[in-house]
Design a binder for this molecule. Sequence first.
Ligand code: Z5A
Length: 241
Amino acid sequence: MDHRRHTEGPAFEKNLMNGLFITFEGTEGSGKTTQIALLAKRLQDEGRVVRTLREPGGTPIGEEIRYTLKHSDKNQAMTPEAELLLMNASRAQLVREIIRPALEAGEIVLCDRFYDSTLVYQGYGRGLDLTMVRAVIDVAVGETRPDLTLLLMVPVVVSEARRQIRISTGPANIPPLRDRMEEADRSFFERVEQGYRAIAKSETDRIHMLDGTKSLEEVTQAIWKEVSGLLMRQKKIEAEH
Ligand code: Z5A
């Protein structure tokens, strides 16, 4: 049995009659958090119920896993396999505790990262076997797949520069929290970038790659173009049923 949320055909039509699941992807500092807040506001202004989530995290269990993955002072020796499983433990909880009920209630779910992050960070970045990574993701998400994925691309140098700005403009009396993921070397982030390009090519229906170096307004507009297209498709399908 195929457990996926289809991106075309009758199964997709059935899914679209419930809520909408939109994920944001991209390297650190690509503008996901900023754009999710702007999109959520616009959708809420149009009367939609919107749920914003982040990965890893989004549930009490997931937030504890996030702390272990990123900030704990005991996480230095974490293996790529442990990282893969922790990311997907957080995801399995998020999917069942929050995402599925929200979609069934007709909400629009906006998620800052989802399983594409695992494919590119643990697969392309850490070098884990992609078939094995996909198998773990399948366990975590089952049939719950995004209807649309907005991939904000910025070169690694832009990502690094935006991180530096965040550090230098943060409160002077509070040192930034150590982040294990950010400690990887530049070649890791270059492989992640290549991974994103590869998955975007392989799923052109679902994944829309946008230039994250454009101005805030231009990126917002490009995102709205994709999202309003999806909303129109949803309305058309609802009218037909
Ligand atoms: N990870 C993984 O390995 N495997 C997985 O399965 C999952 C995740 C789910 C999560 O980090 C880490 O976990 C991440 C991947 C890994 N590791 N890394 N490295 P996170 O949740 O802490 O953070 P993040 O997702 O990497 O992103 P971020 O740092 O929060 O950045 P962002 O949300 O994409 O960007 P932003 O905060 O909206 O913007 C960053 C800055 O740029 C900010 O100052 C903005 O004002 C500015 N900005 C935004 N847009 C623009 C434009 N258009 N022009 C100029 N400046 C802009």
